[in-house]
Design a protein around this ligand. Sequence first.
Ligand code: TRP
Ligand code: SF4
Length: 400
Amino acid sequence: MFVDRVLSGMRPTGSLHLGHYHGVLKNWVKLQSEYECLFFAADWHALTTNYDNPEIIEKSVWDMVIDWLAAGVDPSQATLFIQSRVPEHAELHLLLSMMTPLGWLERVPTYKEQQEKLSQKDLSTYGFLGYPLLQSADILIYRANLVPVGEDQLPHIEMTREVARRFNHLYGREPGFEAKAEAAVKKMGSKKAKLYDELRVRYQQDGDAEALAAGRALLEDTQNLSLGDRERLFGYLEGGGKMILSEPRSLLTEASKMPGLDGQKMSKSYANTITLREDVDSVSKKIRTMPTDPARIRRTDVGDPDKCPVWQLHQVYSDSQTKDWVQQGCRSAGIGCIECKGPVIEAVLEEQKPMQERARQYLEDPTLVRNIIADGCEKARKMAQETMREVREAMGLSYS
Ligand code: TRP
Ligand code: SF4
């Protein structure tokens, strides 16, 4: 059976916080039990904006991987690796750059947006312009079909699909393609071959999208094909050449609703975060000193939870009974703010406890993390090398 392959990357640019946990990592943990997953530290992507202070990247990589493990990402289920340790990403990026129109990169909304947002940095660099194409290489090199990303990244996935299509169009036309494809059809066995032919005709003559989907599913379920034949049959089904690179789909991750300590979205740039493995005293202190409804100057003043960032945290962490207690107590001045914060502090610490525990062994013995990453890099590299063999051959660079 064909299993969907999920790939996602994260830039190592500092400690992860509870916003990352609720927004991204919980999702990764869920995905790893449902799909084949590859998760990697996008250190080259971090360099595109941090080329002037690369020191923080190395440290952040290891801290970030420990945060992943602490959150429950499981190296026995998912492959964890570092982008730059699979240098094939760079080779594919280079080769894709030959055929990617400049306009495609200039049109990606994040390009101008990030330049404006990070205006203190000079981001009119070659590397930054190529950011989305490097991301395309990350995805296409593993033939990943599902990419969990936030909304801002959707244009990058869309561009990746266009790049794959253009690549296949340009380089998927090998001499004798039709004859080779016909021969591959026969290898499917007579029953499947007949079905494939029917579906192919239905799609190509009538544009029947269901026939296309059924044809793809049929190929995904067919075991005994070589990689080359598989690519031919996917391409032949649609009437093109070989499908060397496959188009990924994005798996939209809902934006984290995690509020920060000041009621704005939790984000490093607002300095309102609680880090994933922040120590107990610091967590308690941060929450105890959180601002509350400014109308409650004295303990006897009534308040309005809707004007209070603590209430937003209750909405994430508290059950309905506790929430009723807050609503009631705040509006009648029946409880004080310190009292109200108690259950939030407890809930955050409770959430962090298993993370602290999982992290402990990795902090005590850093070689564990190094080994997990070494294994992951090796696995990832094998897959990447296989794709690169095909890519080089298709582009006439295999010199055999
Ligand atoms: N650009 C992504 C981000 O900032 C990180 C990333 C790099 C990525 N390569 C990727 C995500 C490949 C998904 C797939 O979030
Ligand atoms: Fe906020 Fe709770 Fe104080 Fe009301 S009682 S202002 S909800 S901290």
